[in-house]
Every structure is written in C-alpha cells, then in structure tokens.
Design a protein around this ligand. Structure first.
Ligand code: COS
Length: 389
C-alpha cells in the first residue's frame, strides 16, 4: 500500500520502531487498567528510561541523544498510539526540561539535564494558576530576593507530573508591578523547604497522568536557581510552549491513528444487513476522511518540527498551527471512531471510548485551541503589516 515517504534517517526509523514496540508491548496491555485505577505509570517510565527515550532532544554533552523537536515528535506519536496519558507523563518531563535546555547556564544544564535525559528524575513545568490559564501573564505567584535566596509564595494549578517529578521549572513574579515583564523562571526541587503538593485531581480522561497543585509557602531556593535573566520569565514560558506544541500535535496524530486502526478493524468484522459494515459507503467515507485528515496533520507536524530543527526562530505561529490542526483532528477522528463502533464504541470493552475521553485534553492543555488561533491571528496581523510597509 502506498505510504507517504517522510524520508526518515535510519536513526529516526529506529526511534519510531522502538517507541512503537514499547507502545505495543508495555502500554497497550495495561492502559485500560491504569485509566480505571488512575494509576501513575512508573513501570512504563522505567521502560522509557531504559530505552534512552527521555534524552532524545537533549545534547549528547548532557547525556542525551542529541536529537531535536522532530525526533521527539516521532517518539511521542508512537507512544500516543498506545496511550496519551502515559505519553503526557513522558512529554511533561520534556516541558519541564526545555526551560533549562533553552535558558540554563552551564552549571544548571550540567546539574539537571543528565538526570532528565536518563529518566532518573522526571521534570514538570509550572505556569498555570487558578486565575491565570489562557491569560498566562496574570500569574500571582511571587519570588522575592532574601540574601542568598529567593523566597517563593503562591499556588500553581493543574501541573502535570506534580508530586511525582523531582525537578520543577516555575514562573513567578519578581517585579509585580511590571506584569508579564516582571516574571522570572526558577528551578525548584521537590525537596526544597516550603514546597508541597495539593491532592491528585480526578479527570475525565488522561487519568493515568498525575495532576496536582504546587504550593509554595515561603519556599526558599538558592539564588543560582534563577533561569535566564530576571524579568525574562514570560518569554521563557512562551518559548518553552512554542517548542513543546508540535509535540502535542504529534500526540494527536498518534492517538487518531490508533482510533482509525480500531475503527477499520471493527468495520471489517462487524456484520449488519448481511455484510461487513466496511462495505457501506457511509462508513467508508467516514474512514476516508479520518485517514486523510490524519495524514495531513502528520505532514504539518513533521514539517513544523523539521523547520524548528533547521534553526527557524520565529516559530510561534507554526507551532500553534501544528498543535491546533492535529488536536482538533484528533478530537474529530476519535469521536468518529466511537460512532463507527456504535454502542460497542461507547462501552469500556473497546478502547475508543477512552481515546475519545482522552482526546479532549489535547484541545485544552498547553494553550487552548482558541489561544492557538489568537497566536496565529496575531502573527498574521504582524506579517501583513510588515509587508505593507
Ligand atoms: N515568543 C517570544 N516572545 C513572546 C511570545 C513568543 N511565543 N509570545 C509573546 N511574547 C512576548 C511579546 O512579544 C511581548 O513582549 P513585549 O512585552 O516586549 O512586547 C510579551 O511576550 C507579552 O506578549 P503578549 O502581549 O502577546 O501577551 P499576552 O498577555 O497577550 O498573552 C498569550 C499572550 C495569550 C499568547 C499567552 O498568554 C499564552 O500563550 N497563553 C496560553 C498559556 C498556555 O499555553 N498555558 C498552558 C499552560 S502550560 S501546559
């Protein structure tokens, strides 16, 4: 059968095969149980660490494999084919690692990246607060200088890997009156005094991943935990999200591919009116749209990731497009898969029920898809203004 040739190198194909093998052998057999019990997937995290997958995007000098956004997307897609709750746990460690990779000094990189690359420690990223979701500039958590320390106060909400991770990159206000320009980024360790966690949240989907509040109550961290410059925190957060969003697109592609695979398999087996429902054009047209939309999303995500790796710096619009298109697609494709399986699709005996519940978060986290449209719209506004001049 004709397949789009994405011209993967031998190494990239190895990453795909390895991640797919882990998805098939380690993730698929346990995903329903992890979902049901809301159990954190520590065993699978250990498998991913053993396979060296945590360090894909980290330079070799810090213990990684020296790949880029594209290699990361390839792994995320295959793992997401297995389960996106497990994949989000893995992806959130990269989200917590990116600020250190992008803005850390040599000492910070040497101290933290090797443990993230080896999977010995999970990382997490803390930006969102109860009153600062889409409006990320409205955060209230503060960091005040006190001698050789920073003292953090405030609460971060809905933090993936909260309570499980050892390393946290946190955005807090160092100059309250300056708004987004008064934010700075910090590295906080799980054992730091004054740092604690809220209860584990109960969720519609993504139930194997851990989501908790991060509570800072006069949390004292050494001065050298500041990432980048004071006042650079909002930009660090935005650049981190720009780099991570194509990965969320890749998760959408992997999830949708899994839903399509289930839908085709079922359509070929399910007999109604004396024939497999696959023979009905109504079903074939739905499957045709699903397959076409998945391939279009994959092509966009791969192209954006490769553009980032080629050194393009102005990536906010492209990253938002990849996230937006692939995750709206994943919501539609998983919903259609449930429709094709009909009553069976709505039951927990088949995996598409979980896939549809899980898909919803992709349109919400790492910036809602409405925010992605804002980012794209603002970039268009800027581009066309420049052209007119
Ligand atoms: N890269 C670099 N700089 C950026 C940037 C980016 N992607 N996005 C914004 N900036 C800069 C702007 O240029 C501006 O700089 P100046 O103050 O020097 O002009 C500054 O940051 C503030 O930008 P802006 O005015 O656009 O900020 P807004 O408060 O309007 O917010 C959005 C911008 C809505 C895009 C931002 O708040 C956002 O991404 N929200 C969603 C947050 C999110 O994804 N949350 C998920 C939680 S993490 S899982």
């Amino acid at each position: 059968m004709g397949k789009v040739n994405y011209f993967l190198t031998e190494e990239q194909q190895m990453i795909v095969d390895l991640a797919r093998q882990i998805a098939e052998e380690k993730i698929v057999p346990v995903r329903a149980e992890l979902d049901e019990k809301e159990e954190f997937p520590w065993d699978i995290m250990k498998d991913l660490a053993q396979a060296d997958l945590f360090g894909l995007y980290i330079p070799e000098e810090y213990g990684g494999l020296g790949g880029g956004c594209f290699e990361n997307c390839l792994a995320l897609e295959q793992l997401a084919w297995g389960c996106i709750a497990v994949t989000t746990t893995y992806a959130a460690s990269a989200l917590g690692g990116y600020p250190i990779l992008l803005f850390g000094n040599d000492e910070q990189k040497s101290k933290y990246l090797p443990d993230i690359a080896s999977g010995k420690k999970l990382a997490a990223f803390g930006l969102t607060e109860a009153n600062a979701g889409s409006d990320a500039g409205a955060i209230q958590t503060t960091a005040v200088e006190d001698g050789d320390y920073w003292v953090l106060n405030g609460t971060k909400q809905w933090i993936t890997n909260g309570g499980e991770a050892e390393i946290y990159t946190i955005i807090a206000l160092t100059d309250k009156h300056k708004g987004p320009r008064g934010a700075s980024a910090f590295i906080v360790e799980k054992s730091d005094p004054g740092f604690s966690f809220g209860k584990k949240e109960r969720k519609m989907g993504l139930r194997a991943s851990a989501t908790r509040e991060l509570i800072f109550n006069d949390c004292r961290i050494p001065k050298d935990r500041l990432l980048g410059r004071r006042g650079q925190g909002f930009i660090i957060a935005m650049k981190t999200l720009d780099l991570a969003r194509p990965g969320i697109g890749a998760i959408g592609v992997g999830l949708a591919q899994a839903a399509l695979d289930e839908a085709v398999k079922y359509a070929k087996e399910r007999i109604q009116f004396g024939q497999p429902i696959m023979s009905f054009q109504a079903i074939q047209h739905m499957l045709a749209d699903m397959a076409t939309q998945i391939e279009a999303a994959r092509a966009l995500v791969y192209s954006v990731a490769r553009t980032i790796d080629a050194g393009e710096k102005d990536i906010a619009k492209l990253a938002a497009m990849a996230k937006l298109f692939a995750t709206d697609m994943a919501m539609k494709v998983t919903t259609d898969a449930v429709q094709i399986l009909g009553g069976y699709g709505y039951m927990k005996d088949y995996p598409v029920e979980k896939m549809m519940r899980d898909a919803k978060i992709l349109q919400i986290y790492e910036g809602t898809n409405q925010i992605q449209r804002n980012v794209i719209g603002q970039a268009l506004n800027k581009e066309y203004t420049i052209k007119k001049k």
